[in-house]
Design a binder for this molecule. Structure first.
Ligand code: ADP
Ligand code: MG
Length: 493
């Protein structure tokens, strides 16, 4: 890393949104920044974030052990290993009209699909996205579900054309619900608590399928929920419809989770659960894993200040909500003790979550000689003014955090594959096996994706990894929930 001596004053132009020419040109004070004092901070960070193969092998083995502990008894390990009650996956033979409803954040999506069996497959799909008014996120349960059911009813009214409901049948929907639920059957589940900014009164402790069914009844809507699933399970189902070798699904978005196809004989805690296929999908909730993670002081501080200290440590190390924030914390340290951006530290840089994971991903895509995009993203997001050496240093920090995240996520995947293989030889190794991936972090952060894929190959070795396909399954979860409504239909199929 070279050291900048007497950097030139930086010039920044502000453009008005309408005019094409710069409105104001301002000469900022010279940035007397030097990267020299920040170098040891970077070196220490890289050292602490290192993920050599022996460490990752241990992570994979611990993940497998934790999975086994969670399968033997509830609360047996950090991973909850939740039963999804999804015992039959789509085959491609599904026929008919099915709906899906996805509630997981500030928006919900409604979707309908007309399935035409083996030959015609997906004849048509339509969807709509509706944003949830802020006041309903902290209102009553009835208000929220009435709002959802009325939007659904309006969507159903527009049904026509290629979408046909056979005479005498009720409509069926899959319900993707990405909040913690104690699932009690494929079509019922008790809400444990709201998360992600929701604080709706009256729902925790209640069956959310019953809440939705009642609201649909109040709207006079002839529809029933036939499958309640989380987004990871829906992704697996959506990908499996097109490819029978899909055995695992992983979400890397705001948070992270993974699910996989398990043999019922390998689930000691499962008592009296009948599955004609002898297989069922297990939702691992792997974000809770924590054994042996290479954590830095920045991770520990972020965790301590979070709403759930000590929890979801794997998620906090690998998922989209946190990667940008970890980078920001490192940059604050470099600015404060290393004067990376001159001798003042803007308020914005000190604001938690000012730097998002999309920001650090965009900065890593900058291939220009003077790293102009890095400079403007840094300025926009954190208010810092940077010279070329500082920008290079920032990109190194982003890469260090993305590399650790991608490699740990890859080790987690290998842990799942090893667990599956240990229990039933030949189930994943020695034949084609697909891991379906979804989530904007995986989709839009090429370096992260590359680190993840490469480490899976490194850990498995050339022979085994040649059979493992890690594939992006875009938006599989929407159609996946509709497909699970089909496989769990009360009608003959
Ligand atoms: P969710 O997980 O909330 O269902 P997404 O799969 O869309 O939704 O993931 C959103 C998250 O993905 C964001 O919080 C952000 O951290 C991350 N993300 C979005 N765009 C990018 C990007 N261009 N590069 C890296 N990460 C991104
Ligand atoms: Mg999602």
């Amino acid at each position: 890393m070279s050291i900048a001596v007497n950097p030139p004053p930086s010039v920044r132009s502000f453009r008005s949104p309408t005019a094409g020419t710069p409105r104001v040109t301002m000469v900022l004070r010279p940035t007397v920044s030097t990267t020299a004092a920040a170098v040891p901070i970077l070196t220490k960070l890289q050292h602490e974030c290192a993920t050599p193969l022996p460490l990752l092998r241990n992570i994979a083995a611990d993940m497998a052990a934790d999975m086994r502990a969670g399968l033997s008894v509830d609360g047996g390990g950090e991973l909850k290993m939740i039963l999804s009650y999804v015992d039959s996956l789509p085959t491609g033979h599904e026929r008919g009209l099915f709906y899906a409803l996805d509630l997981g954040g500030t928006n919900f999506r409604v979707l309908r699909t007309q399935l035409g069996g083996r030959d015609e497959r997906v004849i048509a799909t339509e969807f709509e996205q509706v944003s949830i008014p802020q006041d309903l996120m902290s209102g009553t349960s009835e208000e929220l579900f009435d709002f959802i059911a009325s939007a659904l009813a309006r969507f159903v009214k527009k049904e026509g054309g290629k979408f046909v409901l056979p005479n005498g049948r009720s409509r069926e929907t899959g319900f993707t619900f990405s909040f913690p639920v104690n699932q009690t059957s494929i079509d019922s589940g008790i809400l444990i608590k709201w998360t992600k900014g929701f604080s709706v009164s009256g729902t925790p402790g209640k069956d959310i399928v019953a809440c939705l069914n009642e609201a649909m009844g109040r709207q006079g809507l002839d529809m029933r929920v036939s499958a309640l699933v989380n987004d990871t399970v829906a992704t697996l189902a959506g990908a499996r419809y097109w490819d029978g070798d899909v055995m695992v699904a992983v979400i890397l978005g705001t948070g992270t989770n993974a699910c996989y196809v398990e043999s019922v004989d390998a689930i000691p805690k499962l008592q009296g659960h009948k599955s004609s296929s002898r297989k069922t999908i297990i939702n691992t909730e792997w974000g809770a894993f924590s054994n042996g993670l290479p954590l830095t002081e920045y991770d520990k501080e972020m965790d301590a200040e979070s709403i759930n200290p000590g929890e979801q440590l794997f998620e906090k190390t690998i998922s989209g909500m946190y990667l940008g924030e970890i980078v920001r914390r490192v940059l604050v340290r470099m600015a404060e003790t290393g004067s990376l951006f001159g001798n003042y530290v803007p308020k914005k840089l000190q604001t938690p979550f000012a730097l998002g994971t999309p920001n650090i991903s965009s900065m890593q895509q900058d291939t220009s000689e003077d790293l102009e995009a890095v400079g403007s993203i840094l300025y926009e997001a954190t208010g810092v003014d940077s010279n070329l050496d500082a920008r290079k240093m920032v990109v190194e920090v982003c890469d260090t955090i993305a590399k650790r995240g991608g490699r740990l996520a890859g080790a987690g995947i290998v842990g799942i594959l090893q667990k599956m293989e240990e229990d039933s030889k030949g189930v994943v190794f020695g034949k084609r096996m697909v891991v379906a991936m979804d989530g904007a972090l995986y989709e839009h952060y090429p370096q992260y994706k590359k680190y993840l894929k490469n480490v899976v190959a490194e850990l498995l070795g050339p022979e085994l990894s040649s059979h493992v396909v890690i594939e992006h399954s875009k938006d599989g979860s929407g159609i996946g929930a509709a497909l699970l409504a089909a496989t769990n239909s009360i009608y003959e199929h």
